[in-house]
Ligand binder design. Sequence first.
Ligand code: AMP
Ligand code: MG
Length: 417
Amino acid sequence: MNRKKHKDNISLEEAVDLLRSVCAPRKETLQVSLAEACGAVLAEDIYAPISQPPFDRAPVDGYAVLSEDICRASRSAPVSLEVIGQVNAGDAFRGHVSSGQAVRIMTGAPIPPGCDACVRQEDTDYGEDRVQIYVPCQAGDNYCRAGEDFVQGQKLLTAGTRLGATEIALLAQMGLESVPVFKKPAVALFTTGDELIAPGTPLTPGKIYNSNLFGLRARMQELGIKLVQAGHLPDEPESAAKSIAQAALLADMIVTTGGVSVGKKDIMHDVLDILGARQLFWGIAMKPGMPALAAVIGNTPLIGLSGNPFGALATFELLVRPVLAWMGRDDALCTRRIAAVLDHPFPKESRCRRFVRAHYSDGCPGGRVTLPEGSHSSGILTSMRHCNCLIDIPAGSPPLTPGTLVDVILLQKYTEP
Ligand code: AMP
Ligand code: MG
């Protein structure tokens, strides 16, 4: 049985590399409509098929003019022009505007041929057949040029970009209704533990509510990870193995929590034996999440996280996220590491590498990191609220004093690729 083997105690980086070595980055792409593209990872570079705006247009409501006609206009000496027509947004003016003439124009309308500027209606008498212009202007005043945002043929988005609101708005401006994206890795999530019951059911002696199922599911939703199955398994290896075997057929990765340590009811070792899974590692030299394990079932990797609520959340960030980012070619899913100055003392010695929850804020000259009040134990969840990072404290560190420069892993949703 796996349980009798020694724990591997590999580094977090080795654990991530081992998992990546059994997961190929996505090749399969699919075409998705813009309505479904939020959070997807672009599979090809995108070049603008048109310029934006596609035509010279007015940025004001007013009059399109020839600037030369009104170069000396003022309130005391207005210039009078003949208004030869009106052009609204969505129309195109037919005809040419000559010296002495103007066209009534609305914001977003194409500037008629012959005109080289627009005058705001507030700077005129709002005339209909003739208009008095009260201000001078120069060529190009109140005038948006075709292509001032982007020009036809310009590379606007690069393969590997995670599509958010701005990128999708840009794709729409280019007139594209759908885009090629990488198929997202599909994840199945299982919690284990006979002590766990579902929120909404009465609490009975010895039981606690299952928080990992909901917390990790929500985290995956926040991060735009595709979850295809989520459920709870009893501490019974045969039936747990059956559910996991089924999930391995439809998911690209299985994530479990609980049952990975050395207790009698730590069933994941037996489950992997029953499934004939190839174990990649058991045990990472870090706190929390030390007993994490990984295996391959058929072609599907399984990552087993410890069940402690903070341990499960932290190892999800540290171990699962980088592997899913690799599989999905989704750099934006990776966490970001920076250096910051610790504000508080951290009074514990760290014999083993330790990840401590904290709050990072940008500062001048560098970032600052603050520890939450309350317990840091891996079963404690309340102090995780308002935290947005993990401090990476190397093995062999003494207690940390305020002012220490520490390595921080930011857990924000997306980072720019
Ligand atoms: P385990 O990793 O199964 O040994 O569990 C470690 C601790 O975390 C135990 O106190 C469990 O009751 C608790 N725990 C395990 N899974 C969950 C879960 N899904 N939700 C809340 N607590 C859990
Ligand atoms: Mg358990």
